[in-house]
Each structure stands twice: as C-alpha cells, then as structure tokens.
Write a protein that binds this ligand. Structure first.
Ligand SMILES: Nc1ncnc2c1ncn2[C@@H]1O[C@H](COP(=O)(O)OP(=O)(O)O)[C@@H](O)[C@H]1O
Ligand SMILES: [Mg+2]
Length: 338
C-alpha cells in the first residue's frame, strides 16, 4: 500500500522537494528495545516496534501505558534508560532540519492564551524556517482560517487540537507524531481528523497517532501498536487485529446447576469467560456456537431463557489485550509492512 496516487500535498512547493523525495526508509520510525525508568516506575519496558510510511498507525494503550513517554523519547525530550528510538535511522537530535522531517503535537500542548492562532504559528515559523505565508496556509489546511486572528484563550479543546496539528505541519514534515489528537473532538471533529490523517498518509507520510480509546481511531488506522504497562502486547495491521475477535455466546437458564453440569459434560469449562456475568444461571462462553449450546440444552431438557451471540468487537479485543498482557511469552511483533 503506497503513495503513488497522492493528492496534491498541502505543503509549499519549496519545502515539498526536501523530504518528499527521500526514500521511504527515511520516514520509518524504529523503536528498539526502548526502556525508561522514572524512579521506581518502569514507564517503558523493553519496547520494540516499527512504524511504516504511507500508513496511519494507532499507538494504543490505557492511560499510563507509556505512550507519551515513548513519543517524548522519540523527540529527544526524555533520555532513554536503554534502547533507541529513531526516525529514518537517526535520533531526533541528529536530524538535519528536524521540523521539516518530524512534526509533533504532544499531549497538553500549551498555547499562550492571549495570542491569536496566527501569531502562535508565527512564533514557530522561524524555527521551521518557513515564510509567514505558510502560517495562513496551514490554518487553512486544518479549517481554522476563519478564526486566524482570534485569541487562542477562547478556543475550544477541538480548536486547540486543530491548531496543534497546524503547528506540526509548518515544516511540511514526512513524519507526524500526534499524541491523543482525537481527545476533546466531537464526532464531526473526529470524522474530519480521520479524513485529514488518511490524506496525509496517502501522501506517503508516516502518521503515528496515540489514543487510549481504540474506538476513537479504529476507522482511521491501518496498523496498530498496542502497549500496556510499558510493554508491547500487540502489533499488526488492523485487519489482523480484527481477526482475533471471536464471538461469544451468552446463555442463561433458571436452572444454574443444570447449566453448569451441561457445560462440564460438554467439556466447555475452560471456555467460560471468568466473571463475565456473576448472576447465577448465566454464563458467557468463548469459541462455541450458539447452535451447539442450544442443541445440547435441548437434548438435556434444560430450559433456557437466553441464548445470544455477541461479537466482542475491536474494543473488546483491545481491552482483553491490555488487561491481560502476556507474562512469560514474548510479545507479538510486527513483521514489516503488509
Ligand atoms: N516525568 C515523569 N516522572 C515520573 N513519572 C513519569 C513521568 N512521566 C511519566 N511518568 C509515569 O510513566 C508512566 C507512563 O506515563 P505516560 O507515558 O504519560 O503514559 P500514557 O501517555 O500512555 O498515558 C506513568 O506511570 C506515569 O505516571
Ligand atoms: Mg499520554
């Protein structure tokens, strides 16, 4: 999946030439055995994964999983305890003209409340080495052109997110790191963000988007990297993650004892989802079809009050993965681009 039919890129022609022609390898993010310890807290723990250009990658994990710390290490803002975080084989500090290579919007970006959106960008434009006109251009890209001269102090969280995104685009970078960009966006804002990120990836950029809610980004991302407690628990394409979904069957009977003996005699004890529903006479079974349960209940003369197939969905898989990270076995690794 790549970049050949890229629509007109949002950047100015001058900046475009710089990074756009770089080989894709230069836009690959590589996290290699990365660890960070803050005192007693192992915020990031032997984390390894890669992020490919031309794709939107969701960097997912519950709050406190280590996402922001990983992004901060990638940007050289936090020093790794061990391991490396590189972009195109270089650490951020070693990048030539970094604002043209990497655009980053970290969580809780702070804006001077008295400054207008345009003035905020004008502060960064010299660092990025771009002309003033580029500030107006990026405001247009994120749909803030109408409020360019309004003070940021009066902006909604969604508008601030857009302004943060505009700032990352100043240097027309080939790599974008966005920390929880969907936070605070209404459904319309999320739909806009989705289309925008897909467009940016379609141009061949590497787009890494963190979120603590998979459902927020599941329609946006091509790939997922899921971490919990600083460790990798899963990395794959989104379809590969979806393939892990298995339907479950919820069954209830007024005869709790009868239901349990039916489950045992069928050899399904292992398949009972623990504590899925604590009410007596109700069980949730994995890897069994409703028809099988119904047939056995019928044969045993067991009265059923409920027999329902439930799709656990992506969010269900996500919660399962982050709630139950593999202890002994090695983490799942992403095996290159699909
Ligand atoms: N500067 C810091 N000093 C001490 N602990 C930190 C610091 N930054 C992050 N942590 C801790 O590291 C862990 C991971 O945090 P973070 O990377 O912010 O997670 P996430 O972005 O996934 O919510 C948390 O337990 C957090 O409290
Ligand atoms: Mg965070």
């Amino acid at each position: 999946m790549n970049t050949h039919t890229a629509p007109e890129p949002p950047g100015p022609a001058a900046a475009r030439g710089s990074d756009r022609q770089a080989p894709d390898g230069d836009r690959t993010i590589r996290i290699d055995h990365l660890s960070k310890t803050f005192g007693a807290v192992r915020a990031v723990d032997d984390l390894s994964f890669t992020v490919q250009p031309g794709r939107v990658t969701g960097f997912l994990g519950p709050n406190g999983a280590g996402k922001t710390t990983t992004l901060r290490m990638l940007l050289g803002l936090v020093r790794p305890t061990s391991g490396t975080a590189t972009i195109g084989g270089h650490t951020y500090a070693d990048l030539d003209r970094p604002m043209h290579r990497v655009g980053a919007a970290l969580e809780a970006a702070s804006f001077h409340p008295g400054r207008s959106a345009l003035d905020h960008l004008r502060v960064y434009a010299p660092q990025a080495g771009v002309p003033d006109s580029r500030c107006t251009e990026v405001l247009g890209l994120v749909g803030l052109d109408g409020v360019a001269r309004r003070r940021v102090g009066g902006f909604s969280l969604g508008m601030r997110q857009r302004l943060a995104l505009a700032t990352t685009l100043l240097g027309d970078p080939g790599v974008l790191l966005l920390d929880e960009p969907a936070n605070g966006l209404d459904p319309e804002g999320i739909a806009w963000l989705r289309a925008f990120l897909r467009h940016l990836a379609g141009e061949g950029r590497t787009v890494l988007v963190s979120s603590h809610v998979l459902s927020e980004v599941e329609q946006t991302v091509d790939d997922v990297v899921i971490i919990a407690r600083g460790r990798l628990v899963h990395a794959s394409s989104l379809p590969e993650l979806a393939a892990l979904a298995e339907p479950t069957v919820r069954v209830s009977s007024p005869d709790d004892t009868g239901l349990r003996s039916l489950v045992s005699s069928a050899g399904w004890d292992r398949l009972v989802e623990p504590a899925a529903d604590p009410r007596p006479g109700t069980l949730v079974l994995r890897q069994v079809r409703a028809a099988e349960v119904g047939a056995r209940a019928f044969a045993a003369g067991l009265e059923l009050h409920e027999l329902a197939t439930r799709d656990v969905g992506l969010e269900g898989i996500f919660l399962r993965l982050v709630g139950d990270p593999p202890a002994g076995g090695g983490p799942r690794r992403k095996d290159g681009d699909a």
